[in-house]
Design a protein around this ligand. Structure first.
Ligand code: GDP
Ligand code: MG
Length: 192
């Protein structure tokens, strides 16, 4: 059954330059990439052990040009969880999360709850910060409210961390992000 599946798929969504690739590569390969072709769309695979279970994580790292949003539709439909990334140093990028979220909801129509995480990346760049932790958290709660879910589904989606800040420079942050994604998926699967 789906509740015992050890396969997980995340899709990384967000504006260009926010760190989708850096977070994905930090998790899968354990290195921070300074320069990465922004047009590369790739899917990365990692075996992991989470809460004592061996799992396989596929990370779909989309190319984030804002005008190519439609190309992400098939990946959004096949993913178990959508990871919406903005940069805490870029006020425009958090606005784009909201747009992306609505696009993703439409893309998944008829597929039930859409597990998601909102991630404020580049938290190491404190001196360039434009978005506070509170603004990020509030956005995540607002977005959850846009889904029409049953009471059980709301609990499943909102009990796990909806929001976190990360720095792709720190491996622990990237690992925590993808482990939180797995926990979010598990909660939703357990309601089925
Ligand atoms: P993408 O277009 O969303 O895939 O963004 P990239 O992962 O290619 O990152 C864009 C640029 O931001 C690159 O130069 C990265 O090295 C840098 N970057 C990504 N994440 C972080 C971070 O958490 N902190 C800092 N300081 N730089 C980051
Ligand atoms: Mg990229």
């Amino acid at each position: 059954s789906s509740s015992s599946s050890n396969r997980y798929c995340c899709v990384m969504l967000g504006s260009g330059g926010v760190g989708k690739s850096a977070l994905s590569i930090q998790y899968v390969q354990g290195v921070f990439v300074d320069v990465y072709d922004p047009t590369i769309m790739d899917s990365l695979l990692r075996m992991d052990t989470i809460e004592g279970r061996n799992i396989t994580m596929t990370v779909v790292d989309t190319a984030g040009q804002d005008d190519y949003i439609d190309q992400t539709t098939p990946y959004i439909r096949m993913a178990d969880v959508c990871v919406f990334v903005y940069s805490v140093t870029d006020a425009t990028s958090i606005v784009h999360v909201s747009t992306m979220f609505d696009h993703a909801l439409k893309a998944r129509q008829g597929k039930g709850p859409m597990p998601f995480l909102v991630v404020g990346n580049k938290s190491d760049l404190q001196e360039h910060r434009q978005i506070t932790v509170d603004q990020g958290r509030r956005l995540a709660v607002t977005l959850a409210g846009r889904m029409r879910l049953s009471g059980e589904e709301v609990l499943a989606v909102t009990q796990s961390p909806l929001f976190m800040e990360t720095s792709a420079k720190h491996r622990d942050d990237a690992v925590l992000l993808f482990r939180s994604a797995v926990m979010t998926i598990n909660k939703v699967r357990s309601t089925k």
